[in-house]
Design a protein around this ligand. Structure first.
Ligand code: PLP
Length: 612
């Protein structure tokens, strides 16, 4: 396997993180090598590193419009949030907090509610942690805040949401919070807002504001916390008295230098849109987003936006496609060489976005949401490359749609009488499309409809079915004979389902990518149909068979008569599914299949690297 990838990916997940710009990594290297002295040292070598800290501090204050407060360097937003919450809740210790509340926006990054719950329990305050509801467009319910403010120890809100790009109305929040309670502690998580829309911390009287360098082309693990001079503050770490005692620990000087450079560029862009800075002005970012949305709508005409548009961060698109899950969409974008995310980066498994749920969006939207985000230093050429990939994907999807309009589509499944079937049915019922149950028991159809109501089951209540392509027959011994009428191939499958043991899966032969011979081996692509459409296996692997999940049976039929000496290699996205198909083939006594150890992306990269 090549150690580096040859196909550059289009990274559209900037709300999760951004790459360090070359100027930033160069600057950091210079600082690490030449300004390496400890800024707290008493000798002259400490002067430059100390200067770096103070320059960045004053650039930050200038960028935030000279609010009356200080900047404390730290490891990023999570630490900033914890420090602010720690300061406020420690200050409340000893008070009777039983009927107090800790308010946070329902769509906040989870660092906020987790910090509130954690410090509330450490300090044994027993205050109630309460989510402020949001409306359909993601804006906080000001009436709810006003109602609970009397009992609140802290209010935590965000500048812009990481999943939807919803930009908070900070002046309206200030009106609500400060009108009633001049000094209630107010934390605003500003991580996603900086560099994308204007932020003025003099105009809005917040107590704490968090920032992180890695969302703006700086390194991970460095950021800063703005603390209003009127706010309470307690250090989370103590030690050598760094940051005037506000945060113990030797400062990350190179990271802070990077942060300073970012602030300098942001100031330059703000003061002059044509300034020499990698950051694009707001109107340019809006234009980029429009271009991407247009391309996406071509690929997915049914696309529904899950955010107020255009009134949200100009760098974020959040959408769902009615018939596709976020897993299917991510696989398709991955296959097209575009990295996007489902909801937030922390979501795994079958994501259901709590942010979209809080906004009251239907389940299909919050389960199927895709977040596509780019950073404010994205170039026009990068957007063009992204558009080109999305347009190519649209073309392949169009071709696939017109090719599959006719004929009986779906998966034919055996009778649900074995436990392995339950697992199988559970997996495939999450698929979109029709599932045909072929057999002679009405009970089975009822059972399926009850247990897997989301799937579109169709019961074919005959022991024989003939379509232009297929002939299916179920005999009295519960053996299903399947014939592909186009290829005349026949296979027999037990109607009770097919269970694979661990031993059977482990017995599968595996080939690493460089071991695959494009001239003599035949690849069998077993990915989802959409993934295959998005990223076809390219030359020199011209002999690829495409056998998406819905057609595994036909794959087995196709292979039923291949010469034993021919090597067939199953390949999927990352190696798991191809091994299962190979094990299934072995179980059904089809010719031996070998499973590719890694997926199609690695294969393509290997082929390009080998040819280069
Ligand atoms: N807050 C928001 C809105 C974020 O998007 C993130 C990062 O994903 C964080 C906080 C955490 O930031 P950090 O990675 O700097 O701790």
């Amino acid at each position: 396997m090549p150690s580096t990838f040859c196909v550059p990916e289009i990274f559209l997940d900037a709300n999760a993180t951004t790459p360090a710009l070359p100027e930033i990594s160069q600057l950091m290297e210079d600082v690490c090598c030449t300004q390496f002295a400890n800024p707290s040292s008493p000798h002259l070598a400490a002067l430059n590193p100390k200067q770096i800290l103070e320059t960045t501090r004053s650039l930050a204050l200038r960028l935030f419009n000279e609010p009356k407060g200080t900047i404390i360097f730290n490891s990023g937003a999570t630490e900033g949030i914890n420090t602010a919450v720690f300061s406020v809740l420690q200050n409340a210790m000893g008070q009777n907090c039983k009927d107090k509340v800790l308010l946070y926006g329902a769509t906040e990054h989870k660092a906020v509610p987790e910090a509130l719950k954690y410090w509330n329990s450490v300090f044994q305050l027993n205050a109630e942690v309460v989510a402020i509801p949001v409306d359909k467009s993601g804006q906080l319910d000001l009436g709810f805040i006003a109602k609970h403010l009397d009992r609140a120890l802290i209010v935590c809100t965000m500048g812009a949401n990481n999943e939807t790009g919803v930009v908070a109305d900070l002046p309206a929040l200030q009106g609500c919070i400060r009108a009633q309670h001049a000094r209630i502690p107010w934390l605003v998580d500003c991580v996603q807002v900086l560099g994308k829309v204007a932020l003025d911390l003099q105009a809005v009287d917040v107590d704490y504001a968090t920032f992180s360098a890695h969302k703006l082309y700086g390194p991970k693990g460095v950021g800063c916390l703005y603390v209003n001079q009127k706010a309470v503050y307690s250090p989370l770490t103590v030690g050598g008295g760094q940051e005037q005692g506000a945060r113990g620990g030797t400062e990350n000087v190179a990271g802070i230098a990077a942060l300073g450079k970012i602030f300098q560029w942001l100031l330059a862009t703000r003061e002059d849109a044509a300034a020499c800075s990698p950051f694009a002005p707001l109107t340019q970012l809006q234009h980029y987003r429009e271009r991407l949305l247009k391309a996406l709508k071509r690929a997915f005409p049914e696309l529904t936006l899950n955010q107020p548009y255009p009134d949200s961060l100009p760098t974020t698109l959040n959408f769902s496609v009615p018939t596709l899950t976020s897993g299917q969409l991510i696989a398709m974008f991955d296959a097209a060489g575009i990295r996007v995310s489902a909801g937030s980066a922390c979501s795994t498994g079958r994501p259901k976005s709590f942010v979209l749920q809080a906004m009251g969006l239907p389940d299909w939207q919050s389960e199927g949401a895709i977040r596509l985000s780019f950073g404010p230093a994205t170039s026009s050429a990068y957007i063009e490359a992204a558009e080109a990939r999305i347009n190519a994907l649209a073309e392949r999807l169009d071709a696939m749609r017109s090719a599959t309009q006719n004929g009986l589509e779906g998966v034919f499944v055996p009778q649900p009488t074995s436990s392995s079937f339950t697992v199988f049915a559970e997996k495939i019922s999450a698929q979109s499309g029709r599932l045909y149950l072929f057999g002679h028991s009405d009970d089975a159809a009822d059972w399926l409809a009850t247990h897997f109501p989301a799937a579109r089951w169709e019961y074919i209540s005959a022991t024989e079915l003939t379509t232009p392509t297929w002939h299916l027959e179920l005999n009295a011994d519960q053996v299903m004979t399947i014939e592909n009428r186009e290829t005349q191939r026949v296979a027999q499958i037990p109607a009770t389902g097919i269970a694979l043991t661990d031993e059977e899966k482990q017995a599968v032969q595996v080939a690493s990518i460089p071991e695959i011979n494009p001239q003599s081996d035949i690849l069998v692509d077993v990915r989802e149909r959409l993934e295959t459409a998005a990223q076809p296996v390219i030359e020199p692997y011209t002999q690829a068979l495409v056998a998406p999940r819905a057609e595994w049976i036909s794959l087995l039929l196709t292979l039923a008569e291949v010469p034993a000496e021919q090597r067939y290699i199953t390949i999927c996205r990352s190696g798991g599914r191809s091994a299962v198909v190979a094990a299934l083939a072995a179980k059904l006594r089809a010719p031996t299949l070998v499973s590719a150890e890694l997926g199609v992306t690695h294969l393509i990269q290997n082929s390009i690297c080998t040819r280069a």
